[in-house]
Design a protein around this ligand. Structure first.
Ligand code: TXA
Ligand code: MG
Length: 316
C-alpha cells in the first residue's frame, strides 16, 4: 500500500474519507476517546482489513459506530434500560452491548460471530461528519497495532500503522483520552460493566438510577480491554510508586518530582487525556523502566488504573 494520507480536517477530507470507506478502505478517524480505525461494518472484506492491519486476534469483536440513536436501532435491539442510557450519554464515551437486530447489515467479522453488537455514538464533530456522509455503521477499534498503546493523536496512528491504512484525519488530540465505558444490557434490562472508561458506574447511577454490576470474571474474554496484557509500552511499568528507583523514569500525578506529570493539579480528567500520549512519549524516548504515581480509584481514575494495570501486566 502507498503511504498513508494525512488529511487536514476540512469538508473535502470528510468526503474523501467517506469515499475511501465506501471502497472498503481503512481510515483512522478522531473520536472524543481515542482515534478509531474505521471500516464499513457491513463488509467482510473491509473489516478483515482491520484485523490484518492491527494484527488483532480474530475473536475480538469490534464496536459499530453510528451517528445517532435512530441509526443505532437499525443494528441493535434496545431494551428500555438501553434507551435510557443512550438518551443520557449519547453522543459520548459509552458503548452498549446489545442483541443484534434481525437482518442488520453487519458483517459477522464486526461482531466476531456473537449474537450481540457493541455500538456507540461518538461525540466528535469529525467522526459525526464522516458517519453522516458514509450513511452506515463503521466498525472502529482503536487505531493501534493490537496490544500496543492506544492513539490519541494522528502521529500515534502513523507511528503504528503508516503504510497499512489508506488515510488518517487530523483532529488533533482526543479530549477524553481513554476508551469508552462498555456496558452490556440484556433483554431483562440487567446491566453489566464490561470495561471501565470515560463514564463511571457512579455517573451512570447518578444520571439514570441504573446500576451496572461488575462483569463476572468467569465470563471469558468479552472485551479485549479485558485481556490481561494490553495497552503496553515497550518498557516495564511499576505502579503506585511514590518515588523513583535508580534507572526508572517517573510518570507522576499531583505535586511530585517526575519526568512527565499526568496532572500536576491532580485533576483526573486531565490525567486521562494525557495518559496514552505520555506513555507514547516515554516509549519513543526508549524508557525501559517506568514508575507511575498512585492514581485515586474514583471516577475516570478507575479507567486510568485499569489501563495502567494492563500496561504493567506480565507479557507473553
Ligand atoms: O472509545 C472507544 O471505545 C474506541 C473508539 C475508537 O470508539 N474504540 C475501542 O475499540 O476501544 P476496541 O476495539 O479497542 O475495543 C472494543 C471493545 C473490546 O473490548 C470488545 O471486546 C468489546 O468492545 N466488544 C465489542 N463488541 C462486543 C460484544 N458484542 N460483546 C462484548 N464485548 C464487545
Ligand atoms: Mg483497543
Amino acid at each position: 500500500m502507498p503511504t498513508t494520507q494525512l488529511l487536514e480536517a476540512t469538508p473535502e477530507a470528510v468526503e474523501t474519507a467517506a469515499g475511501l470507506l465506501r471502497e472498503g478502505q481503512l481510515v483512522a478517524i478522531p473520536t472524543e476517546t481515542v482515534y478509531g480505525l474505521a471500516a464499513d461494518a457491513g463488509s467482510d472484506d473491509a473489516v478483515a482489513r482491520i484485523y490484518s492491519a492491527k494484527g488483532r486476534p480474530a475473536f475480538n469483536p469490534l464496536i459499530a459506530h453510528v451517528a445517532n440513536l435512530d441509526m443505532a436501532q437499525r443494528y441493535a435491539v434496545f431494551p428500555n434500560a438501553a434507551i435510557t442510557l443512550a438518551q443520557a450519554f449519547w453522543p459520548g464515551p459509552l458503548t452498549l452491548v446489545l442483541p443484534i437486530r434481525d437482518g442488520a447489515p453487519l458483517s459477522p467479522l464486526t461482531t466476531a460471530g456473537l449474537a450481540t453488537v457493541g455500538i456507540r455514538v461518538p461525540d466528535h464533530p469529525l467522526s459525526q461528519q464522516v458517519l453522516r456522509h458514509f450513511g452506515g455503521a463503521l466498525a472502529a477499534p482503536s487505531a493501534n497495532p493490537s496490544g500496543r498503546i492506544s492513539p490519541t493523536t494522528p502521529d500515534h496512528v502513523l507511528d503504528g500503522l503508516n503504510g497499512r491504512i489508506a488515510a488518517v484525519i487530523d483532529g488533533g488530540s482526543c479530549g477524553v483520552g481513554v476508551e469508552s465505558t462498555i456496558v452490556a444490557v440484556d433483554e431483562e434490562n440487567r446491566l453489566r460493566l464490561l470495561r471501565p472508561g470515560g463514564i463511571s458506574a457512579d455517573d451512570i447511577f447518578q444520571t439514570t438510577g441504573l446500576t451496572p454490576v461488575a462483569n463476572a470474571s468467569d465470563a471469558g474474554i468479552e472485551a479485549p480491554g479485558q485481556m490481561t496484557s494490553h495497552y503496553a509500552p515497550r518498557g516495564t511499568m511499576r505502579l503506585n510508586a511514590d518515588t523513583c528507583e535508580p534507572g526508572e523514569v517517573l510518570l507522576g500525578f499531583g505535586d511530585v518530582e517526575c519526568t512527565l506529570n499526568l496532572s500536576r493539579s491532580a485533576n483526573l480528567a486531565e490525567a486521562a487525556a494525557n495518559l496514552f500520549r505520555m506513555m507514547h512519549r516515554l516509549d519513543a524516548d526508549g524508557a525501559t523502566r517506568i514508575a507511575v504515581s498512585p492514581i485515586p480509584e474514583s471516577g475516570i481514575g478507575i479507567a486510568i488504573n485499569d489501563r495502567l494495570k494492563r500496561a504493567a501486566a506480565p507479557r507473553d
